[in-house]
Design a protein around this ligand. Sequence first.
Ligand code: AMP
Ligand code: MN
Ligand code: MN
Ligand code: MN
Length: 277
Amino acid sequence: MNADLHCHSSASDGLLSPAGVVRRAKTNGVELLALTDHDEITGLAEARNEASGLGVDFVDGVEISVSWGADHTLHIVGLGIDTGNEALRAGIAGVRSGRDQRARRIASALENVGICGAYEGALRHAGNPALVGRAHFARYIVELGLVRESRNVFEHWLAKGKLGYVPHPWANLADALSWIRVAGGVAVLAHPGRYRVARTELHRMLAEFKEQGGEGIEVVSGLQTPAEVHECAGLARRFGFLASCASDFHGPDESRVDVGRARSLPDNLTPVWVRLR
Ligand code: AMP
Ligand code: MN
Ligand code: MN
Ligand code: MN
C-alpha cells in the first residue's frame, strides 16, 4: 500500500498548491494521502476535492508545533481530524497567531548579521501570510544568492543555536493532543529520529506522548535516515505505537524524498492506517 501521511502545501511552507500536491501524489502512485500543513487546515478542502476527483483516498491532517521540555520543538501530526471542530480550530489559530511576531524577530536577528529585508522577503515567499516560517526565510536567502540550497541556510543561520534562530513558545503537548483527540483524530509524533535529544530523553518524550494519548509515531519519514527508521521501528514495537509512513514533502526541488516515494514500513509493525479507514 502506498500511503503518504505527512506532506505540505502552499497553505504552510510547501511549494505546491493543495491540489498540486494531490496531483503529484496521484502521479507517484499514492493510494492514501494526508495533507498536514503546519498549524493550518485551510488547504484541506481543495486537496480533498482534488483527491476525490482523482480517486485517491484522502485523510484530513495537520502538523502542530509544540514546545517540550527545556527548549525542544516537537511536531505532532493529527490524522483524520474533523476540520470543523472548534477546539482544534481555535487551538491552531492560537499557535499561528505568534508566527508574525516571531518572523519579525527572525528578520531583525538576520539584519544583525547583515541580511536585510528578510521579513518582506519571507512574506513574499509565503503562500499564506498567516503562516510565515523558517522555510520562507530560507527561500529568500537562497534567492539572495548567499547559499545554494535551503538546507544550507538552516546550517548557517536558522537552525537552533545559529544567529538567526529565535526561540518561540508553541503549543504545549497536552493541549495539542487534546485538540486532536476532541477532533476525532489520531495523534502521531512526526520524525522522532530528528529531535536532538539523548536516548533517555527520547524515551521520556515517547512515554509522555503515549501517556497523554499519542497513538503513533512516524517510523518512515523522508527526513529520517535508514538507521533512524530502524531505530524508530524498534521504538514503535517497544512502546506499542502504530507506525506511520511519510515523505514530509515540501516541494520538487527542495525535498529529498518526493511525495509517495518514501520507503515502505519495516515488518512487524501495525500501520496507522488501520485507524483511518
Ligand atoms: P518553523 O515551523 O517556521 O520553525 O519551520 C520548520 C520548517 O523548517 C520545517 O517544517 C522544514 O520545512 C524547515 N526546516 C527545518 N529544519 C530544516 C533543515 N535543517 N533543512 C531544511 N529545512 C528545514
Ligand atoms: Mn515545513
Ligand atoms: Mn516537522
Ligand atoms: Mn512536516
